[in-house]
Design a protein around this ligand. Structure first.
Ligand code: TYD
Length: 136
């Protein structure tokens, strides 16, 4: 499984750092939605789903967390701990987010508006979806 982690270029000077993210330039899709998670309770695992067509970039803009990616054949765990790193998460990819530090803010840039019909929330349904859509 190929893991795509973007390293964004901070505009740093003696005042500090600034990262700017533009669609089709820093981010490979049109950004239709931004959401973020914070105050995540200790031990919580979020996600547990895949998307049929949504693509995302995950940026832990404060603190740290871990992302498990699973394409149905292979799993990878990717730590996110830098505010200038973005993890690309394709569609058809099972994801779980966990090990959030208490100060973690996980920001998600998404290619689509919120649509519950795009979610696959059951792991067996995910594996079936992959089988049915093989080669697409
Ligand atoms: P949920 O899908 O459970 O988050 P995750 O799978 O990442 O742990 O979403 C939590 C709640 O927030 C749920 O009631 C749906 C709502 N929600 C929105 O209204 N808009 C959104 O863009 C997202 C991601 C969630």
């Amino acid at each position: 499984m190929q893991v795509i982690k973007y390293v964004f270029q901070p505009h740093g000077d003696e005042r500090g750092q600034l990262v700017a993210l533009e669609e089709f330039k820093d981010i490979p899709f049109k950004i239709k939605r931004v959401y973020y998670m914070y105050d995540t309770a200790k031990g919580v695992v979020r996600g547990h789903h895949a998307h049929k067509s949504l693509e995302q970039i995950l940026v832990c803009i404060h603190g740290s967390c871990k992302i498990l990616l699973d394409n149905g054949q292979e799993k990878k765990i990717i730590p996110l701990e830098k505010p200038y790193e973005g993890l690309y998460v394709a569609n058809n990819m099972w994801r779980e987010m966990y090990d959030f530090s208490t100060d973690a803010v996980l920001m998600v840039l998404a290619s689509e508006l919120y649509d519950e019909n795009d979610y696959i929330r059951n792991y067996d349904d995910f594996l079936n979806f992959l089988k049915v859509n093989k080669g697409e």
